[in-house]
Ligand binder design. Structure first.
Ligand code: HEM
Length: 194
């Protein structure tokens, strides 16, 4: 996979270590019922979604673009910033594949923290020199688990897998997105309360 052609995508580059340890990650995985089966099903989901990321992003961006309370995070004066949107879109597409195919190790954890900071006051707008809300409010990060999960199902079903496999991939995706949102909430919490 070609990663380094995506502006601002710094997966695997020297980043600060995640404040979450591998041991803590393992306990979180247990808590969201994430098993080796899920890992396998996610990898299959990665194959299924690989040539559909554009269509998935059209749905997600359509969702954001039809809600003024979300548009403000991607622009100013109720206008989406086209440059910002396009830049984030490339990394978002890569994230879909990364979520399905990358090992959830220290490198992955470090990039989760980086993306978390990019939603938080710490780093939002910096990567793309954008002018928009300076923070994605935590409540929407958590609420996004629902649209990001429910809207993926049709795409998972699009390659003719049987209903059980599709449900399995969908559950694995739900767990992965929930795990992600949990990790991304770290900058918003007092570390001892996380
Ligand atoms: C950036 C996913 C919630 C708006 C990103 C990126 C990903 C992503 C993958 C690009 C990361 C990178 O730079 O490599 C998600 C997921 C969410 C979530 C999985 C929830 C579970 C939200 C919400 C909003 C939002 C609620 C508000 C509309 C943005 C914006 C950026 C971004 C504006 C660019 C941030 C920057 O300036 O660097 N998101 N997102 N995201 N997301 Fe989210």
């Amino acid at each position: 996979i070609e990663h380094n052609t995506i502006p601002g995508y710094t997966y695997g580059q020297p980043l600060s270590k995640s404040p979450i340890s591998i041991e803590e990650l393992l306990l979180l995985k247990k808590t969201v019922l994430f098993s080796e089966d899920d890992e396998r099903l996610l990898r299959l989901a990665g194959d299924v979604l690989a040539d559909q990321t554009k269509a998935v992003l059209d749905v997600w961006y359509g969702f954001v673009g039809s809600h003024p309370h979300l548009i403000r995070y991607f622009g100013q004066h109720e206008q989406l910033d086209a440059h910002y949107l396009a830049a984030v879109r490339k990394r978002f597409g890569q994230w879909i594949i990364d979520t399905c195919t990358r090992p959830y190790d220290e490198v992955w954890l470090a990039y989760q923290q980086e993306i978390a900071l990019r939603h938080h006051l710490t780093k939002k707008n910096r990567t793309d020199e954008a002018k928009a809300e300076p923070i994605i409010h935590l409540r929407y990060i958590l609420a996004f688990i629902v649209p990001l999960t429910l809207t993926i199902k049709d795409f998972l079903a699009a390659k003719g897998h049987n209903a059980d496999i599709v449900s399995g991939m969908h559950a694995a995706w739900f767990k992965a997105v929930t795990l992600t949102a949990v990790l991304w909430s770290h900058p918003y919490s007092n570390p001892e309360e996380f």
